[in-house]
Every structure is written in C-alpha cells, then in structure tokens.
Design a protein. Structure first.
Length: 363
C-alpha cells in the first residue's frame, strides 16, 4: 500500500487481521479442488486400468467423480473471479495474501494427505479410511471460509473504507456488500448531479490496455497445468519412493508455489517486458521435464517440480498485483475479473495440452 493510501490511520484498522482473513479465504477457494487433486492415489486404486468401464470403481462412480470435479471447477471460477475482482480495488497486500492462501491450500492438502495416508497405511481398508478423513477435514475448512466471508470480512474497517471508496467512484458491485455490513451509500445523489464523474473505461478497453498481462497469466497457467499434476502423476517413471513418488512431487510443487508467492515481498518484477520475458522463459521447462523423466534420477525431477511451483507462484503475484495499478475502483474490479477469465482459460488449455505427453506411449 502506498504512503498516500496509509495517510488516514483510522480507516486502516483491521489491516493485518484482513490479511489473515484473505489468506484463509484463498485457502478455502481451492481447498476442495486440491483435495480431489491430492487424492490421486485413491483414484488409481479405484480405477487401476485407467479405463472407466474396467476399473473396480465402476463406470457410475467414475462419472460421478468427473461431475463432482466439474462442479468444483465451476465454483472455483466464480469464487476466484469474485474475490480477485473484489480485492483488486483494495490494497495490493490483500491480493498477495489471498493468492498465497490459494497456494497454501495445495501445500496444506498435500501435507494432510501424507499424514492420513501414513496413519492408515497398515490398517484394513486404510486407503479409503484415510481418504474419508481427508475429505471430512476439507468440508470443515470450506464451512469456516463461508462464515468468515459472510460475517467477518465485510465488517473490517479497512474493507469498509475501500468499498466506500469504490462506491464513491461509481462502483455498483460493492453496494450489496456495504448494505450487508450496514454501511450507508451516499454517492447516488452526487452521481445524478455529475454523471461524468463516475464514467469508467469499458471492459474491452481495459483488456486492450492490459493484453500483455492477460497473455502472461494465460501462458503461466497453460505451462503449469500441462505438467502439473497429470504428467507428474503418471509419466515420471518408477523410482525408489514407489507409490509415494507422485505425492512427494505434488507436495514439493505446492510448497514452492506457496514460497514463490511471498518472494515478491523481497524482490518483485514490475516491468511489463520483464514479466513477459520470464513467462516465455518458463517454456524451457517442457524439454527439461521430458528429458529428466526419460533419463534423469528422481532428485532432478523433484528439483524441476520445485522450480515449476516457485516460478508459478511468483509470476502469479507479480501479474495480479501490478495490473490493477493506476485505475479507479470499478476499473480495478473489472480488470481483476478479466485476468481471472484468462487464468481459467489457461488452466483449461493446460489440462487439455497435458494429453500431449501421451504421444509416444502407445496412443
């Protein structure tokens, strides 16, 4: 937050608690999806042949899991779009804390999965018991986040301040949030007197002015999801860690993704050209992963996976905190939504491109 934004001390009460809440909300947004993702070993047990009609789980169970996963994806898109749009009109630290929470959800779910897998490894039907305990913890965490966003976050003084500021600049999306927090909105009469005061750039113009940022976030997640988790789960060969190998790789990615989202506090890319160059340079990881999986030891694969996570987290924070600067509240909100759309398109495209790793494996 800039010095000018910190000038009014009273309205900044609750900043650090707000950072904690944003972290927890980010964690909650992806906790359910990461829970399904991290339970990969359980799916391999249910569908050992990678063919839905032949696995022990049966075709109905396979379709049910796919539908549930799709529902999580739809919910994630709505939640991330709404949250990043909302936080974009507040201080950059809130976005960074939220994005760190997103990464932490992966690290926490990975750690929980390792614990539950180890705890029930030698018991009868232990894999299923561990998975059920894991999902129960995930459900409790989701409920906690719903309560935090509904009853705690809107009442923080700093959140009220930024939402009132956005409302005074013509934002209509914060009206319901302010009303729920019991804060009166006084800008409507002023808007009638001077409509030009509240004119914002169109979404199309915002996109054209930030097409490089949109491309950056798209390419970042295309690359990441084309490798993680599919390639790491299936195409890394057999190693000494056995069934733990894929879990270790996923855990390392999630841990370093979280670390990468805090690195901008120390050193941060602010140049649009440098961010684009770093985004394009990450594509060198594709041949690196290919040859490491084919010829390298598991230590090299763990290192590459860690770097993939580190760079993913770092670039995500740099892009989403730099892009909204220089715009008013409504424009920041809209730009945040636009960038999340491209993030989600990148996620989808990366998952589709993940199938290209199957070339040469008998397909």
């Amino acid at each position: 937050m800039s010095d000018s934004e910190c000038a009014g001390a009273p309205q900044l009460k609750g900043k650090y608690f707000g950072l904690l809440v944003c972290f927890l909300l980010g964690n909650g947004c992806l906790f359910a999806w990461n829970s399904m993702l991290t339970i990969e070993d359980y799916y391999v047990y249910l569908f050992p042949l990678d063919v839905a009609t032949k696995g022990r789980g049966g075709f109905g169970a396979f379709v049910g899991i796919c539908v549930t996963s799709a529902a999580f994806g739809i919910a994630d898109a709505h939640a991330q779009g709404g949250m990043i749009g909302d936080l974009s009109l507040m201080c950059p630290e809130f976005i960074q804390s939220y994005l760190s929470g997103l990464a932490a959800s992966g690290a926490i779910t990975s750690a929980l999965r390792l614990i539950t897998k180890a705890a029930f490894e030698n018991s009868q039907d232990g894999l299923r018991k561990g998975a059920m305990l894991f999902f129960s913890i995930s459900c409790f965490n989701e409920l906690l986040c719903v309560l935090l966003y509904t009853f705690v976050f809107p009442t923080l003084p700093i959140v009220k301040f930024y939402r009132l500021k956005a409302a005074s600049e013509g934002s209509k999306t914060v009206a319901g949030d302010l009303a729920a927090a019991g804060v009166p909105i006084q800008h409507e009469e002023q808007a009638m007197e001077d409509p030009k005061q509240y004119v914002r750039l169109s979404t199309k113009l915002l996109f054209l002015q930030n097409v490089d940022y949109a491309l950056d976030i798209f390419l970042t997640y295309v690359l990441t999801l084309s490798i993680f988790p599919g390639f790491l789960s299936e195409d890394t060969g057999s190693h000494g860690l056995g069934t733990w190998y894929a879990l270790v790789l996923i855990t390392m990615f999630n841990a370093w993704d979280l670390i990468g989202r805090y690195v901008p506090i120390i050193v941060k890319l602010k140049s649009r050209k440098c961010i684009m160059a770093a985004t394009l340079a990450r594509f060198l990881l594709i041949p690196a992963f290919y040859f490491t999986a084919k010829y390298g030891a598991q230590g090299y694969m763990i290192f590459l996976t860690s770097f993939l996570g580190l760079s993913n987290g770092y670039l995500t924070v740099c892009i989403l905190t730099e892009a909204p600067k220089g715009y008013n509240g409504p424009e920041q909100n809209a730009l945040g939504n636009v960038l999340v759309v491209f993030l989600m398109i990148g996620l989808f495209s990366g998952v589709v491109l993940d199938w290209l790793w199957l070339i040469g494996k008998g397909w």
